[in-house]
Design a protein around this ligand. Structure first.
Ligand SMILES: Cc1cc2nc3c(=O)[nH]c(=O)nc-3n(C[C@H](O)[C@H](O)[C@H](O)COP(=O)(O)OP(=O)(O)OC[C@H]3O[C@@H](n4cnc5c(N)ncnc54)[C@H](O)[C@@H]3O)c2cc1C
Length: 316
């Protein structure tokens, strides 16, 4: 199909839709965007309580789905499963379970997927995962080598809705930007319905990436992953590991706030709110938030985007 002739698929719609300026007013022409939220499975009772406070605060925003991460090398398998199942049992939210294939044979990964399906989970975020720190990635001899192989395997297990990862700044170990984009296309062609991006702070990098995706024939939504930052030092450390760059303007903004967490939080809010508004003005109408199990910044940014808590929203 000629992508240029069809404006019905999300990426084309985002890139050709109406632009607007100023803060959004809800209308038929500008409905609020669709949101999803990412959580990590808690390690302690205190963190469990923090997570559920976060879920209760964000649930009325009626996210399309909420995803739960899978620890490096599958280390949180049981906790991820327990959190996803509790979401299913105790809320009306739609959970998505992250699943990686690093360090495990195929049948073990398929077993986990089957358990999710049997429990009622219909959405998997399919990922390769990473080798332990300091080691180079090597596929398990009897395992799925890359995320694309996992997507193909999951399609055989059950009719999951599958999301995959995308990297506007290129995955750190990709052979080339073109090779990485080709890998993303293969994951989507294999049956994934959307990609969620690694977080980024330079919005123009993401918008250029959308153009590249469209030129490569990708039609699925490449949902921007938004990371509201309140702990700048931690964000710098993490960004270094995952290949997200920190623009100089951002470093300058946080300068002098090392002992001032309240100002840092407000700056984090301004930066992320500005970012989503820019994306919204460029037509993007889906956002995925890395909440870090803290609701306040995400809630406020969603509010800026025109999303309002609804009494009739998801129940918790
Ligand atoms: C939205 C999101 C959620 C995430 N959630 C988690 C999580 O819950 N748990 C976790 O452990 N990690 C998570 N990660 C991190 C992810 O596991 C790492 O970034 C990992 O290094 C790559 O995973 P992938 O699924 O993108 O891999 P892939 O798509 O398999 O790509 C990995 C690398 O291999 C390259 N490649 C692909 N195929 C080939 C090939 N045939 N030959 C050579 N190179 C190839 C790609 O270009 C890329 O550089 C997440 C990342 C994102 C963006």
């Amino acid at each position: 199909m000629d992508a240029g002739a069809d404006s019905s698929f999300p990426l084309q719609r985002w890139l050709t839709g109406p632009r607007f300026t100023g803060l959004p007013a809800r209308s038929v022409n500008h409905p609020p965007p669709k949101l999803s939220f990412e959580f990590f499975p808690p390690r302690t009772e205190a963190l469990e309580q923090q997570l559920w406070t976060c879920i209760k605060r964000l649930a009325p925003l009626q996210p399309r789905f909420v995803s739960v991460t899978y620890g490096a090398g599958g280390t949180t398998q049981a906790r991820t499963h327990a959190t996803v199942v509790r979401l299913l049992r105790e809320t009306s939210l739609v959970p998505a379970a992250h699943l990686t294939c690093v360090g495990a044979p195929r049948d073990a990964v398929e077993d986990v997927a089957r358990q999710y399906w049997d429990a009622g989970v219909r959405h998997i975020v399919a990922l390769r995962g990473d080798a332990p720190p300091g080691q180079a990635y090597a596929p398990h001899p009897g395992g799925y080598a890359y995320a694309v192989d996992l997507v193909e395997g999951l399609r055989k297990v059950a009719d999951f809705d599958i999301s995959v990862a995308a990297y506007p700044e290129v995955h750190p170990s990709a052979s080339s930007p073109v090779g990485d984009l080709d890998n993303l296309k293969r994951k989507l062609d294999a049956g994934a319905t959307r990609a969620i991006t690694q977080y980024f702070f330079d919005t123009s990098v993401y918008l250029r990436f959308l153009d590249l995706c469209l030129a490569a024939g990708i039609k699925a939504p490449i949902v921007p992953g938004i990371m509201p930052v309140s702990n700048f030092a931690q964000a710098v450390k993490f960004s270094d590991m995952c290949g997200a760059s920190i623009p100089a303007w951002m470093t300058q903004l946080f300068q002098g706030t090392e002992d001032d967490p309240e100002t840092r939080r407000m700056l984090g809010l301004v930066i992320a709110a500005e970012q989503v508004r820019l994306l919204q003005a460029n037509g993007v109408d889906e956002f995925h938030f890395y909440t870090l199990n803290r609701p306040d910044l995400t809630f406020a940014i969603a509010h800026v985007l025109g999303v309002r808590a609804s009494g009739g929203g998801a129940s918790v």
